[in-house]
Write a protein that binds this ligand. Structure first.
Ligand code: SAM
Length: 278
């Protein structure tokens, strides 16, 4: 299962939805209270999990543009959203959905955010959002992104940026070394230049505060236990592979850690959610 395969995104979605900070979703909801409609761009949409987690907190009429560079994920998003909605129909490339009281028009764009983010934000939506994206981007990209949000005065709501904190139960002697190596790997190039990794949410918050936004952040850890064995096992596999690639832990150490972690009783994986209002 790869880092952004439809199967991995489907496996992590329940943990993602449960982890989101309710404090920030209430603040988001309050910001748009009194409005009937809202336009939203979701950056790095994957299979559409962020729309499913956010739509319930926004006004009743919503138009969404879901952006990803992976055509397979855009197809998965269309299928998953069709299954999720109470009613759905296609209108050319767009989906027209009803979910409870919400009426959604959903369009899809295949675009590389490294090159095309500013053109997308020039559409001046009412909200830009993203889930599990910002740890992949680079520090210079965050500068350009902040400038584009500031110029167009667009609010940002982003969830589930990995923050570098992990704890596994029961503890293992290699936990600290493996997590440190994994966090180093998170800073390698993920397509935007050297990645912001675990510093992404704090760096983004700092930039937006300096640019005059009102920024709220909240922790949104995955709290995994008995019912999450498959997710913990897949996650541990990805962590062990990345840690070993840094050469800071040996293949034998990564293997030993992984075989213990595939029997883990629980794990807490730290994330940060952020809401920035211009
Ligand atoms: C960890 S996944 C999160 C997906 C989705 N937001 C979710 O929460 O399930 C990161 C997403 O960013 C997309 N992505 C990564 N780099 C990108 C780029 N340069 N341009 C567009 N999308 C990108 C990936 O294809 C993937 O869908």
């Amino acid at each position: 299962m790869s880092g952004s395969s439809p199967e991995w995104l489907a496996l992590r979605e329940p943990a993602d939805q449960q982890a989101r900070s309710e404090v920030l979703t209430w603040q988001l909801s309050e910001h748009f209270a009194g409005r009937n409609e809202v336009s939203v761009i979701d950056l790095g949409c994957g299979a559409g999990s962020n729309l499913r987690g956010t739509a319930g907190w926004l006004p009743d009429r919503q138009s969404w543009l879901l952006v990803d560079y992976d055509p397979e994920l855009l197809v998965a998003a269309r299928q998953r959203l069709t299954g999720w909605a109470d009613e759905s129909r296609a209108d050319g490339r767009r989906l027209i959905l009803r979910k409870g009281t919400k009426a959604l028009e959903v369009d899809f764009a295949q675009a590389d955010l490294k090159e095309e983010m500013e053109a997308l934000l020039a559409q001046a939506p009412d909200l830009v959002t993203a889930s599990a994206l910002f740890d992949l981007v680079s520090e210079p990209w965050l500068d350009t992104f902040t400038a584009a949000l500031t110029a167009a005065r667009i609010p940002l709501y982003t969830v589930l940026s990995y923050d570098g904190q992990q704890s596994w139960a029961p503890p293992h002697r290699l936990d600290a070394a493996v997590v440190a190596a994994f966090n180093d790997h998170q800073r390698t190039d993920k397509g935007f230049g050297p990645a912001a990794g675990a510093e992404a949410a704090s760096g983004l918050g700092r930039r937006l505060t300096d640019a005059g936004f009102r920024v709220s952040t909240a922790s949104s850890p995955w709290l995994l236990g008995a019912g999450d064995h498959e997710l913990m096992s897949e996650l541990a596999g990805g962590i062990a592979t990345a840690a070993q690639e840094t050469h800071a832990v040996s293949a034998e150490e990564a293997e030993e850690w992984l075989s213990e972690r595939q029997r883990a009783a629980g794990a807490s994986i730290g994330h940060t959610d952020l809401l920035a209002i211009p």
